[in-house]
Design a protein around this ligand. Structure first.
Ligand SMILES: [Zn+2]
Length: 203
């Protein structure tokens, strides 16, 4: 039997014998699904070769971390990128994993922010440790609140011209008026009630 196949059988028997399973999911899982956030191929997959050509980005994350001259331009990129992730359905590697462990007592601890985990597994069995592009947060942050990203993204896309969104469509915190930003880990990342609760489930 080839060694890869042997490993697969071994994994299956470990799953069968386990009382409980904790799965750690990282970027390789989404790369296996064809979402290459870290290389050039990913930009074509996301339908963002126009940004690649105009700005010379080497990857989707390259464009995410780029320092844009205006918020209108930065949000044009974010809106397109987030829209791509939101529209993608749960992908095969995630569905395969669910079918392998779905009958067991399992928990998913993930560092992926591309919304694949929450599309595949129930909330009570997951912790998105680094957040998720499905939500926005206040950049201060002034409040412990997560905002559904999709209505903001839809409005920005509807008003977008070239590589800019309309100034009035830039997401703003309804409480303090400062910027909303994607709920993904950086130096202002909101580790609020929702995040602590999911970490508590893991622990
Ligand atoms: Zn605020």
């Amino acid at each position: 039997m080839p060694s890869l196949e042997r490993e697969a059988y071994r994994l299956r028997s470990l799953i069968d014998d386990a009382d409980a399973i904790i799965v750690g999911i990282g970027s390789g899982m989404s790369s296996a699904a064809g979402f290459n956030h870290y290389n050039r191929a990913g930009m074509a997959r996301a339908g963002m070769t126009d940004w690649q050509q105009a700005f010379g980005f080497k990857s989707l994350f390259d464009g995410f971390y780029h320092l844009y001259p205006s918020l209108e331009q930065r949000w044009a990129y974010y809106a397109r990128y987030i829209d791509f992730m939101l529209r993608e359905l749960a992908s095969q590697p995630y569905l395969d994993l669910r079918s392998l462990i779905g009958h067991k007592d399992y928990f998913i601890l993930s560092t992926n922010v591309d919304t694949q985990v929450e599309k595949t597994f129930p909330d009570e069995r997951t912790c998105n440790y680094q957040g998720s592009f499905a939500h926005l947060q206040c950049k201060q942050p002034c409040c412990d609140e997560l905002f559904d990203a999709s209505p903001y993204v839809e409005r920005m896309l509807a008003g977008m011209a070239g590589f800019e969104v309309l100034s009035e469509d830039i997401p703003r915190c309804p409480h303090c008026g400062w910027q909303l930003v994607p709920w993904v880990r950086d130096d202002t990342f909101l580790q609020g009630a929702a995040w602590r609760e999911s970490l508590g489930r893991y622990e």
